[in-house]
Design a protein around this ligand. Structure first.
Ligand code: ADP
Ligand code: MG
Length: 614
């Protein structure tokens, strides 16, 4: 605000002195030095800070920026006696900068507004009484009181009450989620209609809302190809322009016999027009807006660099469990082959899974329902299962491969998603778990095709019978089952080499982390995803809703289109004006006006990226 006022005062006084300098000498027939002094006051008012920072940059050794161009153009105009032109250069430049700052500020603010998801206070029960504290002060394990209509302060688990939760600000999902005992809630969501009690499971710093905010902040720092192009472009562009201007001032006078001042004037104009501010500011601004628009829909791009890859996607590879299917397993059947009951088999399996967060492990522990103790040692083998030791007991829970590789015979040939249990080298039985295909999966795959995706592939560690059912159900072309994490990696590499477009990999588990990192665009499902998968990804879909994937592609393409429009607009108009200047068809006023005009237009266009409607 204060800076705005200063800037406006500067422009106002500069214009006033400029007008006085033009009018007074004419009306009262005053000597030339009056116009000179009034214009000089105007020039210094409007441009003192530009000169200061130009000098600072020269001292730092990188002087070829737009401020430098403006400084020599305006001083040059003065030297050849074109006082009002010199002032105009500075004034217009200040106006342009003012708009630029406004635009950047506005888009920052709108992203912040989209992200107003971190509540400041929390109500906790301390010493039997309800007190309001800063959200940052909530400790893990404390009991929170969540009033209806309030934002949830930190990640927590419901311990009392039932109600609906609006998760849209965190996941971009518009349907409310129902919450009851044991439901995990993310900080930043809104508790819609009834009071709940919940236990904090993460501090504010580690909660969903903070993680999203810091991701978005980081994202705006990671540059896209277009942005890097702009930086590289400016590095060569400015020196070229400066040398062309010098050439334009020195060489032609020898041939056409016109006055030196005339050509110097044209050269100065040339400098003004060549200022690349429209490009330098509007392209990053476009990406900034695109990232913000995506974030508000629960799609977290970790940087504008992924937008480039989204332009030409030929192949989308999915993991099965947790990605195409819900990952929420129910127990379908328990079969024991040893002399134990079904409940005992479930107990053994659930105990062994104590340390695992694999969707199947969670299902077993939920079905068992009682607390389990920490094993003496526990070794989870991605894609196979887990081995846990309790004193003399060694328990194996996993697929057939795990048991067979430990020399344990598995006789039954159950052909569904079963996991097998063995204790101390003896096979005890199996538990069949089923989960469902996500309801939106089929349509999402269809939409991907409409966006030009030619190959859809499923890679899974699960058995081929289950895998084929799922891929048929969803409409996937190509399905590979019984894969170890390294097999997934190998197949992905094959696809990367075989196709000429880009390859997206969508997954959720730890076993997916290497493939997510290797793919052109790695996508992690935020709702069930392991931290490793989210960390390795370029893009997180907070809700795990597959519909968001085509949406993410559309946002990326739209952002790129707008950035490209800006590049063409800016360079096109620049070139035109440069030519008109060089041949002397337009004067410096027009040159400056065109320059600021393009910058403002490009900025306004860039801000469109913030608003994305399907
Ligand atoms: P996907 O590739 O479909 O996401 P995973 O690679 O995570 O599947 O798992 C493949 C298979 O390995 C599972 O179907 C299951 O049989 C077994 N498995 C992996 N981890 C565990 C575990 N913690 N407990 C039991 N079984 C497991
Ligand atoms: Mg998985």
């Amino acid at each position: 605000m204060k800076k705005d006022r200063k800037e406006l005062l500067k422009i106002g006084f500069g214009s006033l002195f400029l007008l006085l300098g033009i009018i007074l000498p004419k009306v009262f027939a005053l000597p030339d030095f009056v116009e000179f002094s009034l214009s000089l006051v105007a020039l210094l008012t409007a441009g003192y800070d530009v000169y200061l920072s130009a000098v600072k940059n020269i001292l730092k050794g990188d002087f070829l920026d737009e401020k430098f161009l403006m400084a020599i153009a305006s001083v040059g105009a003065f030297v050849i006696g074109e006082y009002s032109e010199g002032v105009a250069v500075m004034l217009f430049f200040s106006v342009g900068e003012f708009f630029e700052r406004k635009a950047v500020g506005k888009s920052r603010k709108s992203i912040k507004a989209l992200m107003q998801i971190r509540p400041d206070t929390a109500r906790v029960i301390r010493e039997g009484e309800e007190v309001t504290v800063d959200a940052e002060e909530v400790m893990i394990g404390e009991i929170l009181v969540l009033a209806a209509g309030e934002r949830i302060p930190v990640d927590c688990v419901v311990i009392e009450g039932k109600g609906d939760i609006d998760t849209s600000s965190v996941t971009g999902e518009s349907l409310p989620m129902s919450a009851y005992e044991d439901t995990e809630l993310s900080g930043g969501c809104v508790n819609m209609n009834s009071q709940l009690k919940a236990k904090a499971i993460r501090t504010a710093e580690d909660s969903a809302a903070s993680r999203i905010l810091s991701l978005v902040e980081e994202a705006t720092d990671k540059k896209s190809k277009q942005e890097n192009f702009i930086t590289a472009f400016s590095r060569y562009y400015t020196p070229i322009v400066v040398f062309s201007a010098i050439a334009l001032a020195i060489i032609p006078p020898f041939f056409d016999g016109m006055a030196f001042t005339k050509w110097i004037y044209r050269a100065l104009m040339f400098l003004v027009v060549s200022c690349p501010c429209a490009l330098v500011i509007s392209v990053p601004l476009s990406f900034f807006g695109g990232i913000g628009a995506a974030a508000s829909r629960g799609i977290l791009y970790k940087g504008g660099y992924s937008f480039d890859a989204m332009k030409n996607v030929s192949t989308v590879i999915f993991d099965k469990t947790g990605t195409l299917t819900t990952g929420k397993f129910n127990i379908d059947d328990i079969v024991t082959v040893a002399n134990i009951t079904k409940d005992e088999l479930l107990e053994i399996a659930a105990r062994a899974e104590h340390n695992s967060s694999h969707p199947m492990a969670l299902a077993l522990k939920t079905a068992y329902g009682k607390k389990t103790v920490i094993p003496d040692s526990s070794n989870e083998i991605a894609g196979e299962g887990i081995i846990s030791v309790f004193g003399e007991e060694k328990i194996l829970v996993g697929n057939k491969k795990l048991l067979v590789s430990h020399g344990i015979e598995v006789e039954t040939d159950s052909d569904d998603s079963s996991i097998y249990v063995a204790k101390n080298g003896k096979y005890l039985g199996y538990i069949t778990l089923i989960d469902e295909v996500k309801p939106e999966a089929r349509n999402a795959v269809k939409e991907l095709r409409a966006l030009g995706v030619r190959n859809t592939v499923m890679l899974t560690g699960d058995k081929s019978s289950t895998a084929e059912l799922v891929s048929l159900d969803v409409g996937i072309d190509d399905c590979h089952a019984s894969l170890m994490p390294e097999d997934k990696y190998r197949l992905l590499e094959l696809w990367l080499r075989a196709t000429d477009g880009r390859v997206i990999y969508v997954g959720d588990g730890i076993n997916d982390a290497p493939v997510i990192a290797r793919a052109d665009v790695g996508v992690a499902m935020g709702n069930v995803g392991s931290d490793a998968a989210i960390e390795a990804s370029d893009l997180v879909i907070m809700s795990g809703n597959l519909k968001k994937l085509p949406e993410a592609i559309k946002i990326a393409r739209r952002t790129l289109r707008i950035a490209k429009e800006n590049i063409i607009l800016a360079i096109g108009i620049k070139l035109l004006v440069l030519i008109l200047c060089a041949v002397g068809l337009i004067g410096m006023w027009w040159a400056v006006f065109a320059d600021v005009g393009v910058a403002v237009l490009a900025i306004l266009n860039a801000m469109r990226t913030l608003r994305f409607n399907k």
